[in-house]
Design a protein around this ligand. Structure first.
Ligand code: 5GP
Ligand code: ZN
Length: 143
């Protein structure tokens, strides 16, 4: 895609700090370095977000996540954890609309990174939970 910053990075039209490349994916340091080694893994094929993946592309991209995660862990043995994040659409904090997976190594509680999981368990009855699960399950089977 001509006007996509990550396509330009993949095509070497703009520079990046590459950590891995093969025929399907490209991985490079996120410019903001939330923590040391913060890496983005992107499919070479331009897809906007997870909703455009087919199973083949998903296999190509997600199968490579552990490879990069394990490389980071080997490169920086002081890594104590890792957040792997994939933002999809603006509401969910996506700011570059070429799908990508963040690998954010964690070193300590003082890392400049946070994530909040609210607990809304009390908002749902077991019947409502069942209904929600069934609604999704029906679509998974159809997909
Ligand atoms: P998102 O907010 O879409 O989940 O993540 C996009 C990421 O791309 C951000 O963390 C941002 O720092 C990174 N980014 C944006 N432009 C560039 C760039 O030109 N080079 C690199 N290396 N990272 C970029
Ligand atoms: Zn692109």
């Amino acid at each position: 895609m001509t006007d996509c910053i990550f396509c330009k990075i993949i095509n070497q039209e703009i520079p990046s700090y590459k950590v891995y490349e093969d025929d399907k994916v490209y991985a490079f340091l996120d410019i903001t370095q939330v923590t040391k080694g913060h890496t983005l893994l992107v499919p070479k094929k331009h897809v906007t977000d997870i909703f455009e993946y087919d199973p083949a592309l998903a296999g190509e991209v997600f199968a490579r996540v552990p490879k990069v995660a394990q490389a980071l862990e080997k490169a920086f043995p002081e890594i104590e954890g890792m957040n792997i994040i994939n933002n999809n659409k603006e509401l969910a904090y996506q700011s570059v609309f070429h799908s990508h997976i963040h690998l954010i190594p964690r070193y300590s509680k003082e890392d400049d990174f946070s994530i909040h999981f609210g607990n809304h368990q009390e908002d749902y009855s077991s019947e409502q939970m069942q209904e929600i699960a069934e609604k999704i399950a029906k679509q998974v089977t159809n997909a």
